[in-house]
Structures are given as structure tokens and as C-alpha cells.
Ligand binder design. Structure first.
Ligand code: AFP
Length: 323
């Protein structure tokens, strides 16, 4: 089985860029190890013992953020970082060519139940026309991404990555500690009979979501003419991994729950990287009627409604939006 670096080299990725990807993955291996130790690693739960300096030990999401942040700020390819766990942009090496946004630990509600969790990341070119630590560094549409990926900490630790070409899947080989190419080209089936949405929010949905999901549930007796099954992981990495592997549609639509927060998922480090991974595997990704990768962000932690997955099913869903 091919290793990560020769695969990236064969894809024409520069050595400097490969080293940057390796930097992120070094942190992911550390997180994977701690996750695999579960309770034994002492990082589950919300508060833990004190360390030797008398500080309260961190929860896994905070710890993951610190690991990735520290390692990226020590990389001379990184001009700035943005993280779900950081209020503001953090400046890195002046003049460096790239900026990195990440969600260090997606699906944190799954940590204590030994469920699927992951790290999502995206790399964009740095901008020379704004300050290194300006939020404007990250206010670029997702189509500018030069690399997107996630690491899924499940029964196996898997890396799903695109550097602009195909979306490839690697598995962490615990015997030698490296990522091995296990699925050279992920291809999302165009059609599906599986959907993912948090049904508990249904009373807050807008009309088009309600009509579409009602028709999914009607199955072969409804207008869509086929029976659908439902899955919900409460971790986008787990749901999107399933969609990339066997197709499906994943939705976190806008709703009326909280007028100040009409959508839940974050554009920069959740929707954008997942949209790039899916599109490069033949799937589609929309926020309402707009292609996610075309959205011009206006805030670092901007939230967007999300509708992504098997191309034909996304089209069916979009037809409810235009009615
Ligand atoms: P957390 O990382 O805060 O648990 O959020 C996970 C997430 O952003 C995304 O990964 C899930 O799809 C979604 O939230 C789950 O949200 P609900 O808990 O509302 O179902």
C-alpha cells in the first residue's frame, strides 16, 4: 500500500506543502493516540486533575486545539491560523505562503461516549494585501482552498484529503505510525436512499425542509418513489465520511430556533473543507440555493445552512427550495 508522501509527490504537490500537511498530521497522530486511550488518557470529561503547575487539565477539544495551534505556529509555511476554539486570527510566520483554518475536535458531544470524532482542516493562500492577523486573511471563498481534509478518530483513524485532485482516503497504520493510501479515489454514488438530519429540530425547520423530509419519510408511497433510511452521528466528520464512502445526503438546514443563530455549522472550517472534499469526489454541496464554495465569507466564525451529498439527491432537495 502506498504511503502518504509518495502519493502527494506523484500528485505534483511541492515538498514544502507536503511538509505542511505532515505538520497537521503529526498533531492528528497525537490526538488519535490520546483518543484511543479513552479514560486512561485522563482527558475525558469537562474537568480533570490538576497538572504539576497546578493548572486544571484540559478537555480533549481544548487540548487538540493547543496541539494543532502550537505545531502550526512553529511551521514556517503558516502565516496565520483560525480555529473554532480561538476568537481571533492568530498570526504565525510573517511572509509565509499559507493560512490554515481548523476545527480541532468536531463532534465533541461524542467524546465521552466513545463515538466518532474528528479534526477538520483547510489550507488557503495567504493574502499580502492585509495584515497577517487580520480576519480578512480568511475571508476568501472556499473555491480558493488549496487543500482540505479531515482525520476521523473512529475504530480506525482515517485521513481523507484532497489537494485539488481526487479525494483520497488513508488509514493510520498503528504498526509503523504512518498514513497508508487505502482508497485512492473516493467517488460518491450519484443516487442514494440514506439521509442525515437532526429530526429533533423539525419543529423549527423552514417550509422547504419540512416538505422535502416529509417526502423522504413517505418512502416508496411518496413522490420520490423509494424507501429511505436515516442516520445521524452528531459529528459531521462521521456523517460526511459515510456519505463519501457509500453516498447519502447530509443536511443541517437553517431554522428558526434562535433568530441570532439561523444556522449551526461554520463555513470556514466545517462547510468549506467538506464541500471541497465532496465536490472532488463527484458530490454537491450547497447552502440553501448557493454553492458553498462560492460563498464570500464576511465573518471568521460565520455559520451557514448545509446541504451536501449524492449529486442527484442534492438536486432533488434543491428543487424544493426553488418551488
Ligand atoms: P460539537 O463539536 O460542538 O459537538 O458540534 C458538532 C457539530 O458541529 C457537527 O459536527 C454535527 O453535525 C452537529 O454539530 C451536530 O449538531 P446537533 O447536536 O444539533 O445534532
Amino acid at each position: 500500500m502506498k504511503r502518504l508522501i509518495p502519493t502527494l509527490k506523484a500528485d505534483g504537490v511541492s515538498i514544502e506543502f507536503i511538509m505542511l500537511i505532515r505538520t497537521i498530521l503529526a498533531a492528528s497522530k497525537e490526538i488519535a493516540f490520546r483518543v484511543s486511550q479513552g479514560e486512561l488518557s485522563g482527558i475525558l470529561g469537562s474537568t480533570l486533575d490538576e497538572n504539576i503547575q497546578g493548572e486544571t487539565q484540559k478537555k480533549l477539544d481544548v487540548l487538540s486545539n493547543q496541539l494543532i495551534k502550537d505545531i502550526l505556529l512553529g511551521d514556517d509555511q503558516v502565516r496565520a491560523i483560525a480555529s473554532e476554539e480561538e476568537d481571533d486570527v492568530v498570526a504565525g510566520t510573517p511572509g509565509a505562503p499559507y493560512i490554515v483554518a481548523f476545527d480541532p475536535l468536531d463532534g465533541s458531544s461524542n467524546i465521552d461516549i466513545n463515538g466518532q470524532i474528528g479534526t477538520i482542516f483547510t489550507i488557503l493562500p495567504a493574502r499580502d494585501d492585509v495584515a497577517d492577523d487580520s480576519p480578512l486573511q480568511f475571508q476568501q471563498p472556499g473555491k480558493n482552498q488549496v487543500c482540505a481534509g479531515y482525520v476521523l478518530y473512529g475504530p480506525a483513524t482515517m485521513l481523507v484529503l484532497t489537494t485539488g485532485g481526487p479525494t483520497r482516503c488513508y488509514t493510520l497504520d498503528l504498526t509503523h505510525g504512518g498514513y497508508l493510501l487505502t482508497q485512492p479515489e473516493m467517488n460518491v454514488p450519484q443516487d442514494t436512499q440514506e439521509f442525515a438530519i437532526n429530526m429533533a429540530n423539525s419543529r423549527f425547520w423552514f417550509d422547504e425542509t419540512t416538505r422535502y423530509v416529509n417526502d423522504l419519510i413517505l418512502g416508496e408511497e411518496g413522490p420520490l418513489g423509494k424507501r429511505y433510511n436515516m442516520r445521524w452521528n452528531a459529528a459531521m466528520v462521521g456523517d460526511i465520511h459515510r456519505v463519501l464512502t457509500r453516498g447519502g445526503i447530509f443536511m443541517y438546514p437553517g431554522d428558526s430556533r434562535d433568530p441570532k443563530k439561523p444556522a449551526k455549522l461554520r463555513l470556514l472550517y466545517e462547510a468549506n473543507p467538506m464541500a471541497m472534499l465532496l465536490e472532488n469526489a463527484g458530490a454537491k454541496a450547497y447552502a440553501g440555493k448557493q454553492r458553498i464554495l462560492d460563498i464570500q465569507p464576511d465573518d471568521l466564525h460565520q455559520r451557514v445552512p448545509v446541504l451536501m451529498g449524492s449529486a442527484n439527491e442534492v438536486d432533488v432537495c434543491l428543487s424544493y427550495y426553488s418551488e
